[in-house]
Design a protein around this ligand. Structure first.
Ligand code: NAP
Length: 459
């Protein structure tokens, strides 16, 4: 601990896992001081940049995070990129412990021919675009296409399908960015295919999200009854698997529905893997291979190609097969899993030994799974170990633990740090502009615009 006897902790990333780690430290250690870093001027990670705009209720978790940030023992350092503005070595000079909470920022590829044709995108890019994440605001998606395929059966795939299927009126009361709303208003998308490589029992979506697909103002849902026929192993898995049972019931209801003539149709398809994206200059067709389910290694069922093929005429494809973590310079990284190697949250080095004073929480610890709340017990596990290490005296030595040391480093490097008070100004402006338009907020989507707002005194 420092000369002032405070436990100084840096948290890299201000999404749910970072905030839950801060919350638990504050609860358990009265002598803690926490600096929360984010490369964006805005906090909340995927709650701001990932959660769909038509799911505003989920975003209300930010009220919990705001209380945590208001604690005088917490400082926010927005607009600071770790690995660029501050190195891992800088953090280890200034803090007794560093918690990596920076999530999984990139996406998984399909690894099939044609994946790089125009019109083929990562779903995560589309999500970042409609949510106004500064990194994705310049992306363009050709919504003049009539048929779109979304590969994957997780909740991100469902989000993308839903946003494509929503009417402008449904989206008009959300905090979707104006440029996305304008583009979606002109959308000519009619047929939206959500494609799963396994069967209905193996869908990764949750039931409320699945049900919502059947409640769109402007889209019918179509499920093929023949694709809901279960193989004996899936039948056995279903017994006692409440979530899968619910999903199957919902899907059977959908399959029994007749179309109602809405302008769009959502097609949910099972047991099909993307084999190739075809087209001359851009995606024109998606070749799919039919699968059967066979026993996998861990008692689960995996997809195996039957050799049968089917081609869908689609002009736009979103792969939604999972996020993937990236490395921070100098920090141990497992490139196969896209996580920081760790033992229950203690970062481990090449020989499996714990790295003194380094910890991981959230998706960069366990991979991109679970809902926002999953990050709470995850952060508790890690921070309990951190506090155990603090008691054992095995944290990082931190030669410069004074709170001013990091401020000095950043000032010397000319970094415009965005404080919590600064963020509150941006927040206030976004809400005010939103209220004038009858929407929760109108997001600023360029870092320059956010910083410019802070230079004017009338916000
Ligand atoms: P996910 O839940 O892991 O789903 C990934 C999907 O991609 C699975 O259906 C998977 O199928 C499929 N897939 C993987 N590789 C594939 C391949 N090569 N070809 C075809 N399909 C492939 O991931 P996610 O949708 O990105 O979501 C990440 C996490 O965020 C999840 O825990 C999710 O619940 C959460 N989330 C929650 C909400 C919400 O609560 N509303 C919203 C968004 C995200 P297999 O099962 O066969 O591997």
């Amino acid at each position: 601990m420092s000369t002032t006897n405070r436990l100084r902790v840096a948290i890299v990333g201000s999404g749910p896992s970072g905030f839950y780690a801060a919350e638990h430290l504050l609860k358990r250690e009265p002598a803690v001081e926490i600096d929360l870093f984010d490369r964006l001027p805005t906090p909340f990670g995927l709650v701001r940049g990932g959660v769909a705009p038509d799911h505003q209720k989920i975003k209300s978790v930010t009220r919990v995070f705001e209380k945590i940030a208001a604690n005088p023992a917490v400082r926010f350092f927005g607009n600071v990129t770790i690995g660029q503005d501050l190195s891992r070595a800088d953090l280890l000079r200034c803090y007794h412990a560093v918690i990596y909470a920076y999530g999984a920022e990139t996406d998984r590829a399909l690894g099939i021919p044609g994946e790089h044709l125009a019109g083929s995108h990562a779903a995560t890019d589309f999500v970042g675009w409609y949510n106004g994440h500064p990194d994705y605001r310049e992306r363009a998606f050709d919504l003049s296409q009539e048929s779109v395929a979304v590969i994957g059966m997780g909740n991100v795939a469902v989000d993308v399908v839903r946003i494509l299927a929503r009417t402008p009126e449904e989206l008009g009361s959300t905090d979707i960015t104006d440029y996305a709303l304008d583009a979606l208003r002109l959308s000519r998308v009619r047929e939206i295919y959500m494609i799963g490589r396994r069967g209905p029992v193996q869908g990764a979506f949750t039931n409320p999200e699945l049900k919502e697909l059947g409640e769109m103002d402007g889209a019918d849902i179509r499920v093929r009854a023949d694709e809901l026929v279960l193989d004996p192993a899936s039948e056995r898995l279903l017994a006692g698997h409440k979530a899968a049972e619910k999903n199957l019931t919902t899907l059977r209801h959908f399959a029994a529905r007749a179309g109602t003539g809405k302008p769009r149709t959502i097609h949910v398809r099972f047991l099909l893997s993307p084999v190739e994206l075809q087209g001359r200059r851009r995606v024109e067709r998606l070749m799919l291979g039919r699968n059967r389910l066979v026993a996998g290694r861990n008692g689960d069922l995996k997809a195996e190609a039957t050799g049968d093929r089917e081609t869908l005429p689609v002009g736009l494809v979103f792969r939604s097969v999972g996020y993937f973590g990236s490395a921070l310079p100098g920090v141990p990284f497992d490139p196969g899993r896209g996580i920081i190697p760790n033992d229950r949250g203690r970062v481990t080095g090449p020989a499996g030994q714990p790295e003194a004073g380094e910890y991981a929480v959230g998706w960069i610890k366990r991979g991109p799974s679970g809902v926002i709340g999953t990050n709470k017990p995850d952060a508790v596990e890690t921070t309990d170990l951190l506090l155990e290490d603090a008691r054992a005296g095995t944290l990082n030595a931190a030669p410069e633990p004074e709170p001013t040391a990091v401020e000095r480093l950043l000032a010397d490097r000319g970094i415009r740090v965005v404080s919590w008070a600064d963020w509150l100004k941006i927040d206030e402006l976004e809400r005010r502009q939103g209220a004038a338009a009858g929407r929760p907020r109108l997001k600023l989507t360029r870092v320059e615009d956010m910083l410019a707002v802070l230079e004017t005194s009338d916000v």
